[in-house]
Design a protein around this ligand. Structure first.
Ligand code: PAF
Length: 282
């Protein structure tokens, strides 16, 4: 596995690979790999001849007071895991090599960013869409793999490539969970043992909602109230950022669950802000 730090060097390498007729897959990440990242790498391996994984904690998607400076990292461990999973190139740029001091060009998909995480993290999706566009230009992939845990991010990136005619196929990968149901996340490392014991109830609550929908409940208000009460009663010390039921493609808020519906939640637990989601009607 090659480790490339310099964006210009990777772009040159990727253009050469494309000229040789190779299919390139990109897995954009912020590092501190877990089984979820590994399964994205495995999926990419099946889709392309060359797998590039980017490891970059992108400053522009963090707001003031968020965990940019404390984001967990362990490059040596990450490189070993990437190698084990057949990654060909690990791209580890510095902040300065990715952004000029006077960077002022942004990619925004505002309509899909008004709800859920976009509401509580106002600059987040502008930063994500911009850095992913830059990574696409640098790594020149034909396909890019993202996890469904960040459902809103995926919806935004799918819309972005559609609207801007970017020739990259977005491949969505299902959420990887602990046996307990807890969705894997690098930020789970912020949880204490006690918090880790109750965190799987986030997912249990979502499944409870799906059952209510299967039994005929259509009122989004009633479903959300039920889930809020479940979290309040069962996850001591948690604080709900949002519980929403949305259209899975447009991320618009639904009042009735009478068609495809996604329930998405963000909950603060100790130092962590956990997100999860489930399609409660397909
Ligand atoms: O999902 C993430 O880890 C990040 O938002 C991404 C896509 C790597 C962009 O920084």
């Amino acid at each position: 596995m090659e480790i490339i730090k310099n964006p210009q060097e990777l772009q040159k390498r990727a253009l050469e690979l494309r000229a040789q007729g190779k299919k390139v897959a990109l897995v954009p990440t912020m590092g501190y790999f877990h089984r979820g990242h590994a399964s994205l790498m495995d999926a990419a391996r099946k889709l392309a001849d060359v797998v590039i994984v980017s490891l970059f904690v992108n400053p522009t998607q963090f707001g003031p007071g968020e965990d940019l400076d404390n984001y967990p990292h362990d490059l040596e461990r990450d490189a070993a895991l990437a190698q084990e999973h057949g990654v060909d190139i690990l791209f580890t740029p510095t902040r300065d090599s990715m952004y000029y001091d006077d960077h002022c060009t942004w990619v925004e998909v505002p309509e899909l960013g008004v709800n859920l995480c976009g509401k509580s993290r106002p600059v987040h999706f502008r930063g994500v869409a911009t850095v992913v566009t830059k990574l696409f230009m640098v790594a020149q992939p034909q396909v890019a793999v993202f996890g469904q845990k960040d459902w809103q991010q995926l919806a935004i990136l799918k819309r972005m490539v559609r609207d801007l005619n970017i020739p990259v196929e977005i491949h969505a990968h299902e959420i990887v969970r602990e046996e307990s149901g807890l969705a894997l996340s690098s930020r789970n490392t912020y949880l204490t043992t006690e918090e880790k014991n109750v965190a799987p109830l986030l997912c249990k609550g979502l499944k409870m909602l799906r059952e209510m929908v299967e039994e005929g409940e259509e009122s989004a208000a009633r479903l959300k109230d039920e889930l809020e009460a479940f979290y309040a009663a069962n996850i001591p010390g948690s604080r709900v950022d949002y519980i929403e039921i949305v259209d899975p493609d447009n991320i618009t808020i639904l009042e009735r669950v009478d068609g495809p519906a996604l329930c998405a939640v963000a909950v603060y637990l100790g130092k962590a802000r956990l997100i999860d989601n489930l399609l409660i009607k397909v």
